[in-house]
Design a protein around this ligand. Structure first.
Ligand code: AHG
Ligand code: MN
Ligand code: MN
Length: 335
């Protein structure tokens, strides 16, 4: 029987053999994975666990919260606050940062998360997920504040997501490529099921919410229009479309077989740079995609080079197979 490598063993090897991560970061990632396991259990129970439906509250971004948005947020906080690895956390569902309470020791890391991505899919039994990003506290910092979180994505020391679908899969990078782990429910542990994930550079599959077409900017219109012309058009090949409306599931498909995902700026709310959040969605996904050989931009620059100015900042997102992302990005500079 093939040797099974658990997440714990993978992380120990990343620490000991490859020297990629310090033990504190390893332990922190174990805790995040444990929290994802527990969120996965809540998701699986569905109506039986009373976790479906709206929470009748709004988050700081003016979005209606689902019960699972709040449950997942609490699970992540409770799991991570006492371990001693973190100084503070930030979440899509909380207005300000969550500083580790004084009764616990403080560590040197900052954890950011979108506790439940794909909220509109919770009640309809479609894949959803958790996205997370880890930063280090700036050196010589005396007390933690929001400003400490405002680091570009290129400073991340770990990033990942867990997709709760037909299988629960944790996808992780610590800067040494991308590894995938599948949750073995009988054993209760994540098992390595793919290493060195590579995204094909070319693709015939795009993911975008087509209902927003009339609001898009010219470069995005041009790209999709050329895809839609298929074999007879300038691309000379037929394209397929997929839109799950959970970024985590759309990105997971791209990680598995390639493709391009876009949630671009559009004219509905011209002052909003995009729908997705830089710190909780675009940065972790952008780094994972790059680590698998893909690319991630906002049309004008690499996502990971953006200097954030606000915790809940939004951004236009184009990511996936490298040649396609390069093409859409180049349309932004020529039009
Ligand atoms: P969240 O559930 O964390 O608010 O994120 C939802 C996001 C993202 O997952 C997805 O790609 C997008 O919203 C879907 O938006 P539309 O409903 O506009 O298609
Ligand atoms: Mn999200
Ligand atoms: Mn969310």
């Amino acid at each position: 029987m093939a040797k099974r490598i658990s997440l714990t063993r993978y992380l120990v090897e990343q620490q000991r053999v490859a020297g990629h991560i310090p033990s504190e970061l390893r332990l922190l990632l174990e805790v995040v994975a444990r929290a994802c396991k527990s969120i996965s259990q809540a998701v699986n129970k569905g109506a039986l666990g009373g976790v479906l439906g709206s929470a009748d509250s709004e988050n700081v971004q003016g979005e209606m919260q689902k019960k699972l948005d709040i449950i997942a947020n609490e699970v992540l906080i409770e799991a991570n606050e006492w371990g001693g690895h973190l100084a503070a956390m930030a979440s899509e569902e909380m207005e300000g940062i969550y500083v580790v309470p004084n009764r616990y020791p403080k560590g040197e890391y900052l954890l950011l998360f979108d506790p439940l991505d794909g909220s509109s899919n919770i009640d309809v039994n479609v894949s959803i997920g958790t996205i997370f990003s880890v930063l280090k506290m700036p050196e010589d910092d005396r007390g933690v504040d929001e400003g400490d979180f405002l680091q570009p994505g290129s400073h991340q020391v770990a990033a990942g997501y867990c997709v709760y679908g037909p299988q629960t899969t944790l996808v992780l990078t610590v800067g040494d490529g991308v590894a995938m782990f599948t949750l073995d429910r009988e054993q209760g542990s994540f098992v390595l099921t793919q290493e060195n994930v590579r995204i094909p550079e070319d693709t015939k599959e795009f993911a975008i919410n087509m209902s927003n077409m009339r609001h898009w900017d010219e470069p995005v219109k041009r790209y999709i229009d050329e895809c839609l012309q298929g074999k007879e058009g300038p691309r000379g090949k037929d394209f397929n479309m997929r839109w799950i409306a959970s970024m985590v599931a759309d990105v997971h498909r791209i990680m598995t077989r390639g493709g391009i995902f876009m949630y671009p700026w559009d004219k509905r709310e011209p002052n909003k740079p995009g729908k997705l959040r830089l710190m909780y969605e675009a940065n972790p996904m952008g780094w994972l995609i790059e680590q698998a050989g893909g690319a991630a931009t906002n049309g004008k620059q690499r996502i990971l080079d953006i200097q954030p100015t606000q915790l809940h900042e939004r951004v236009s997102v184009i990511l996936g197979s490298k040649n396609e992302v390069d093409r859409v990005t180049s349309y932004h500079s020529t039009l």
